[in-house]
Design a protein around this ligand. Sequence first.
Ligand code: GLU
Length: 447
Amino acid sequence: MKTAEIMANLEAKHPGEKEYLQAVQEVLESIEEVYNQHPEFEKAKIVERMVEPDRIFTFRVTWVDDKGEVQTNLGYRIQFNSAIGPYKGGLRFHKAVVPSMLKFLGFEQTFKNALTTLPMGGAKGGSDFDPVGKSNDEIMRFCQAFMTELWNCIGPDQDIPAGDVGVGGREIGFLYGMYKKLAREYNTGVLTGKGATWGGSILRPEATGFGALYFTQHLLEKAGKDLVGKKVALSGFGNVAWGAATKAKELGAKVVAISGPDGVCEIPDGITDEMINYMLDMRASNRNKVEDMATKFPGKALFTAGKKAWSVKCDIALPCAFQNELSEDDAKELKANGCWCCCEVSNMGCQPGAIHFFQNNGVLFAPGKAVNAGGVATSGLEMTQNAEHISWDAKEVDDKLHFIMKSIHEQCVKYGTQADGHVDYVKGANIAGFMKVATAMLEQGII
Ligand code: GLU
């Protein structure tokens, strides 16, 4: 495989799209060896085709704020790859959203979805709309305006969006309300992450965090360790961090830090159920401040402005917020403070320098596309329930999620075990996802 040539071509076509190029580079580095053993892949130009999205929709979203002023944002849906099923992936509402971010997320999603064992292709979408400080009515008006453009690009068997940063159950509700009005289609399976009374799967809100902790358990077990009594530092306080904190506590770990864009809250005695519940209020308030936790629980949650969760002494680091949130310097600080494991829960949460530092310094590391796949996997389970017009109970969903995370771990071990016996989870996840998508593309001909 001519990695340098492929990267140069991609850069020429998508100049300056840093996150996108970073994500592709990481995957190509990992799969090169396996790819070269399959001349049929090379002949069909599988990689050259796989790194480009199938299509991109870009649209203007105009809405009116509470002051009566007209606001304009950009909206996108990137349908990346449909080799193994309909397009599937979340919508991100964040002020920093640009095509590069969504292309990287759509690319990653393709491999992640392949790992889940379920038939889902990869997609991503979103807007540069900034939910911070917006009222409920403003969120609703924006979601409705966004859907007036998106509705005819999606469908329960074509493309099924869900939540991501800035998009949770409330937003999915507003989006679906407008979808059914425009499409006159009443199949709730067009979106996942819905409310539990109208087709949403039980445990979908918890699934990304729960799945991440199940994966972490398997990784630790393989390394002869466990979670009980271990100190966990996690970043963020949104839906993913909330699910991760809930399951980490339930499995006997002690969550000693959560963080936000404003700083970190250290929780020396470990997070309590009350604090975990309060994370939901913090997310719903749209204030985007972790300091609120310290104000609510004085003396128990200690806020430091401008610091990251990675400055707090821990055994296990769980980035749960945003891409590139953990730098090489953060990785060094974590290691110096005794951290020996990092499971990336956010998509591409660790910078390449951080990953290399972890891997070269004996810190167990697993990438987001394996660790966080429980979220989209449970979306897949929601689609199945919708298609069958039934809903499963919590135990059924949890058992299936557990099975999927175990299977993802096994795929990583199968493809990532190195000559000396240690598991390279980055390679394992990338190769396992790639082999599935590449085989499907090959079998479907040159399209
Ligand atoms: N946004 C989530 C992810 O990054 C979930 C996507 C989905 O459920 O479709 O995987």
